[in-house]
Each structure stands twice: as C-alpha cells, then as structure tokens.
Design a protein around this ligand. Structure first.
Ligand SMILES: [Zn+2]
Length: 296
C-alpha cells in the first residue's frame, strides 16, 4: 500500500467516525425520535415527511426510495449530493490527502445556509414544545382547581380498598374529580393528584381513572388508565412531609407509596412512573433518600 493509499484509508476512517446523527444534522436534516434508537424526518435531498431515518443502535441510515447504508460518508454523499472526497472533507473538515479540494464557493455557501436553516427549525420546534408544555400546565391547574376534596368520594373508597390498613386523613395532595377529561368526548371519575416540582410548585396533575364501580378504569388491552398532565418530569406526589424535614422514601405509584408507608413508617413521595422515579428532582432540603423503591 502506498503512502497516499494509507493516508486515504485513515482519512476515510476519520470521516466515518462522525456519528450518523451528527452527519445528518450537518446536512440540514431535522429528525425526530421515533421510538427506540430510531430518528426520522424529511430527507435533505429528496424531501418527503418521514422517508429519511437514522438508527443509532444499528448504526444504519436509510432514505426510502434511494437506498441507504451503514456509513456516514454515504449519508453525506446522498443528502448533499457530493462526491466521495467532498463528503469526506465535509465530515473531517480537512482537505483530502490528494490535496486538491473539490469544493466550489457556491457549495460552501449552500451548506452554510442549509445548516443555519436547520438550526432555526430546531429552535422553532423547541419554542413550540415549551409553549405546548405551558398550555398543558394551565389545563393541569384548571383540572386541579375543579377537583373536590377526596373525603367521602369514590377516590377515597378506591384507595382504602386498594391499600389494606390505610387509616386516618388522606393528604391534601389528593382530590377527586367526578367527571375528568380523558380524551375527546370521554369523561370519567378520577383520583387527581398534585404533582410538585423541586421548589414545591405545581408542575402537573396525575390522574388515576375509575370506572362506575370505583375500580381502575382499564384500556382495551386491560392496562389501568393513569395519566400525567403538564411537564411532570422531575415532579412527585408528596404523600407525606419529609421526616425530620430532610428525608423521604420514593416509589412509583401512589398506592404502593401508602403501602410502603404502612410497612416502614417512612414518609413517601410517589413519582408516578419508572421514568419519574429515575428523573426525580429533589429539593435542596432533602438530604437523603431513605429508599428508592422500584415498581410494585
Ligand atoms: Zn433521500
């Protein structure tokens, strides 16, 4: 192998080290997570809505109709309509080993423009998401305001049946909504819980839907219908005040939380889901977690 061949081999390796997702961004692609490690969106070269996909765990990209493959150089060649050497230069930021760069000033200007447009789109989408979150928080607050005290309600009855031995007054973070919005045209009774962020501010509500008998309302697949509303990530339903002001146990469900409290005497905050549990944002005064308990 000649020195130049070796230099090219190394050059290609460096170009292909750029991740597919980063390369797609460089080419002006705006991709959205589509579950798992898959990201989809329009193809920078051929357009469409979701014909272009990058899978970061399989390390593959595909453009429906135009093929695809496993390497970053190929992705850039397709998306930007470049030659092999140009794609390598774009990825590494270095001129090819053979020296001669094949860029034209027009190409450089076009890429810079496309990248700026992609960044603008990203920013726009982020702003939109933030606005949506705030709107959902408003609805969550409204729902909380409509809900009634839990004493004497179907929701209290539900909790006392679900958690054997649960006595005494229930915490003020739990209420009952007799006709709680579920989806278009669908309203059901629900236990409504206040979800608080690290500073104690309301970040959303958590709803456990009940059927006409006061049991869990279930989806067609049999799963219990429980739903968050608002930017609840990092928030918790504070079932009890922290012990000595500084420590708590955390778990997923409200029902489990009461069960844990009955067994251990520990104050419990319910984080709603496994994600909520791992993403909990703790207030500064909480010095330690007595226990972090998985699902029931
Ligand atoms: Zn394409």
């Amino acid at each position: 192998m000649s020195v130049l061949d070796q230099a090219w081999t190394d050059y290609k390796l460096r170009a292909n080290k750029v991740s597919l997702l980063d390369a797609a961004k460089k080419c002006g692609a705006t991709l959205k997570p589509a579950g798992g490690k898959e990201y989809v969106g329009p193809c920078p070269a051929c357009g469409g809505k979701d014909r272009f996909a990058v899978n970061t765990s399989k390390n593959k990209w595909v453009c429906r109709g135009a093929g695809g493959g496993g390497d970053t150089i190929g992705l850039v060649m397709h998306c930007d309509g470049l030659t092999f050497a140009q794609a390598c230069e774009k990825l590494t930021g270095e001129a090819p080993p053979s020296g001669s760069t094949e860029y034209t000033p027009e190409q450089r200007a076009a890429w810079a423009k496309r990248q700026a447009e992609a960044e603008e789109r990203d920013r726009h989408r982020q702003e939109e998401e933030e606005r949506d979150e705030l709107a959902r928080l408003d609805v969550a607050k409204e729902l909380w305001g409509e809900a009634r005290i839990i004493e004497g309600s179907m929701a209290e009855d539900y909790l006392r049946r679900r958690v054997k031995g649960l006595e005494g007054k229930l915490p003020g973070v739990l209420r009952f909504h007799p006709k709680c919005f579920l989806s278009k045209g669908q309203y059901h009774p629900a236990l409504v819980a206040l979800v608080q962020g690290a500073e104690g501010q309301q970040v959303g509500t958590w709803r456990i839907y009940l059927d006409a008998h006061g049991d869990n309302l279930r989806a067609e697949d049999g799963s219990k219908i429980k739903k968050g509303l608002g930017p609840c990530g990092g928030g918790a339903v504070r079932l009890h005040p922290p012990k000595d002001g500084s420590y708590i146990a955390v778990c997923e469900g409200i029902e489990t939380g009461f069960g844990v409290h009955l067994l251990s005497g520990l104050p419990v905050w319910a984080c709603r889901t496994a994600n909520g549990l791992s993403g909990l944002a703790l207030p500064w005064e909480i010095e330690r977690l007595a226990a972090r308990l998985g699902s029931s």
